[in-house]
Design a binder for this molecule. Sequence first.
Ligand code: SF4
Length: 404
Amino acid sequence: MYELKTTLTLRNVMKDYFLGFAKAEKIAWCTSVGPAELLRSFGFEVYFPENHGALTGTTRKSNDYIPAAMNIGYSDDICSYLTGDIGAYLTNRTPLRDHYGIDGIPKPDLIVYNTNQCREVQDWFNFFANEFKCPAIGIFPPRHIDEITEEEINDVREQFKAMIPECEKASGNKFDIDNFRNTLRLSKEATELWKEVLASAKNSPAPLSFFDGTIHMGPIVVMRGTQAAIDYYRKLLNEISENVSNKIGIVSKENSRIYWDGMPIWGKLRTLSDLFIQNNSVVAASTYCNSWVFDSFDESDPFTSSAKAYTEIFINRSENAKMKIIKQTCDDFRIDGVIFHDAKTCFNNSNARFGMPQRFYKKYGIPVLIIEGDLCDLRFFSEGQSITKIETFIEQLETQKILN
Ligand code: SF4
C-alpha cells in the first residue's frame, strides 16, 4: 500500500504546534484564510478554530458535540465546524486531549476574522469573544468578485492597517514593518512549496491525492509564516519528488483522474480514498487544497499584497471566475471528470446549488457528478448511495475514454 513516510513527521510537527500554546505569551485566534502573517508579526501564537472544527470531523466527534450548540439556538443547518466547535466548548470536550495531550483550546487575547470566506465566521468568533471577554475585529472584503479591482484591494488594505492599534494593545508590542515583511516572506515560501506539492499530482502515477492533501495541508493552514512550515514542506516535497522519479504513486494504472470541488467529508476520508484506489482512479486536484496557495504575497508591499491575496481566493469569486479556475486546473492536471460535493451545512463552499455543474459540463464538455454530504455532520452523508454514484461515474468516465 502506498504511504508517504513524511506523515510521521507531520504528527510531530502538529503536536509541537499545539504544545507551543502553553508557552505562548499572547494568543490570537484567526480564520483559516485570515491575516495570520500580520498577527504573527506582533508575536502572537495563532490558533485556528476551523482546524479544530476539522479535527472534530476527522475524529467523528462532531455529532457528539453539535446537539449542545443546538440547545442554545444554533441550527443544525449551519456550518458544522461552527456547531461542532461551539458544542465541544459548551461540553468541555475536545479531540485535542486525546490527540496531543493538551487540556483544551488555547484562550485568546485577540480574535480576528475575515469574511472573505463566509459571514458565519463573524457569528462564530463573536460567540467566543463574548465567552472569553476579549476583543474581536473583522475584515470585510467585497464578496463574490469577478476580477478584483485596485479600489477593492485598497479598501481591504486600509482595513488591514486599521487592525494595527488593536493588535498593539492586545499583544503589548509595537507594529514593526520589518517583522511583517519577514513573516510574509516565510509564508510566501511555504505557500510556494505547498503549491509544488499539489502540482506533483500532474504526474502519472500521482504521488499525492486530494485525500493526502487534506492531511498534509495542516501546516500551511495553521503555521504559515513560520520556518517550521517551510521545513515541513521541503521534506514532504523531497519524498514526493523521489516517488515521481521512481514512478511510484497511489495507483499504478490510473484509469481516470478526477477533480474534487468543495469541502472534504472529514469523517470519511479513508473510506473515500480507498474507494477511488479500488477503482483505479485518482482524485488529482481540488478546490479545497488549492485554497492555501497565495501567489500574490509580496514582502516588498506587504499590506497591498496581503489584501489582494486574501480577497482573490477561490471561495470569494464569481461563478464566471470559478468556472475558469476549475477548467484551467482540469487542463493542467489532465482531469476526466469533476465531482461537486454539495455540503449541506456550507453553501459558501458548495458550488452545486445554482446550476454551475450543469453549465460547466455544457460549456467545457467535462463530465460532472454531484454528491450530497457534509464537512463534519455525517447525518447528511449517505455512504452507500454515494459509493454507488461515484463507482458509476468512474465507470462512465472509463467507457467514455475507451469510446474516444
Ligand atoms: S466557509 Fe463553510 S465550512 Fe468554512 S467556516 Fe464558512 S460556513 Fe463553515
